[in-house]
Design a protein around this ligand. Structure first.
Ligand SMILES: NC(=O)c1ccc[n+]([C@@H]2O[C@H](COP(=O)([O-])OP(=O)(O)OC[C@H]3O[C@@H](n4cnc5c(N)ncnc54)[C@H](O)[C@@H]3O)[C@@H](O)[C@H]2O)c1
Length: 284
């Protein structure tokens, strides 16, 4: 009797199929794979996770040193990675980065769109230029990268796109963060649209929605939101908001991304995977 384990095969299996989380030989392009500071950002943890699952990782960031650190971490574990430095909100840069990635590893199987910037404040604190700048990094870059990967994915009938949004794109998070929130909402809707159009071509597109995550970036941004407190106090206050009583780690988010990148998520497209310790379900 055969052991049916094809993702699309719903006939009774002789044995339950193994969970197909591995990414053997797949090429993953992580846009924003460095880190705002020393330690584990989401893009860095995701890059290392993909490599541990057998993928070859294009480590892409505008911060060359930070990207190089991610690549070194992967190589130190025996994984395969290459650094590509550039600004993914600039079309000519995106074209160059993908050409270099394809030359090194061939077709991109998984696009992990990780870049994200913001500025705290509401409409009276946000200039039109702020909004354009934040939109360019958070949304324009997703359009440009999608244009690079979709033709190959359609030709091969296979591919996965994972976009990183934020709970701020779904809810008011307790302080004004207008440009970030609206552009993160756009990331989610962009990905839903893409998923619908490309589902018949075998391309899946999903959004991961992190909640309050303890990454190096929060040292610069979150401390401002709890002004008058130390970073440790700000971190404790942030953790206390979460039903699980802690902030998420970059690994919590990376593991959700790995699932969506893998064949374990073969029937998952056009949806949001919220990784937030329960915070978006809270009344106050
Ligand atoms: N940390 C959180 O609490 C949290 C919560 C929700 C969502 N997110 C989202 O998760 C993602 C990663 O967050 P993080 O905290 O790990 O951030 P991070 O700032 O440490 O990582 C983002 C990386 O993207 C790079 N980058 C930014 N703009 C770029 C550009 N134009 N071109 C190339 N590289 C660029 C940065 O240099 C940095 O290395 C972001 O999209 C963020 O909005 C984070």
């Amino acid at each position: 009797m055969t052991n049916r384990s094809n993702p699309g095969d719903s006939a009774p299996a002789a044995r339950p199929p193994a969970l197909p989380l591995d990414l053997p030989g797949r090429t993953v392009f992580v846009a924003g794979a460095g880190s705002a500071g020393p330690g584990w950002s989401i893009g860095r943890a995701a890059s290392v996770t993909y490599a541990r699952l057998g993928a070859q990782v294009c480590v892409v960031d505008r911060d060359a040193a930070s990207a190089e650190e991610t690549t070194a971490l992967i190589r130190a574990e025996g994984g395969i990675a290459e650094t590509f430095t550039g600004d993914v909100s600039v079309e000519a840069e995106v074209v160059r980065l993908f050409a270099a990635a394809r030359e090194r590893f061939g077709m991109v199987d998984v696009l992990h769109h990780n870049v994200g910037i913001g500025k705290t404040g509401g409409p009276m604190d946000t200039t039109a230029d702020d909004l354009d700048r934040i939109h360019a990094v958070n949304v324009r870059s997703l359009l440009l990268a999608s244009q690079q990967v979709l033709p190959d994915m359609v030709a091969r009938g296979r591919g996965a796109i994972i976009a990183i949004s934020s709970v701020a794109g779904m809810r008011y998070v307790g302080y004004p963060h207008l440009a970030y929130s609206v552009t993160k909402a756009a990331v989610t809707q962009f990905t839903r649209m893409l998923a619908q159009q490309y589902a018949p071509h075998g391309v899946r597109a999903n959004t991961v929605v992190p909640g309050l995550i303890d990454t190096p970036r929060i040292a610069t941004t979150v401390a401002k939101m709890f002004s008058g407190t130390s970073l440790d106090e700000a971190r404790r206050a942030r953790a206390a908001q979460v039903p699980m009583g802690r902030m998420g780690s970059a690994w919590d988010v990376a593991h959700a991304c790995a699932f969506l990148a893998s064949d374990a998520a073969a029937y998952v497209t056009g949806t949001e995977l919220v990784v937030d310790g329960g915070i978006t379900g809270k009344f106050v």
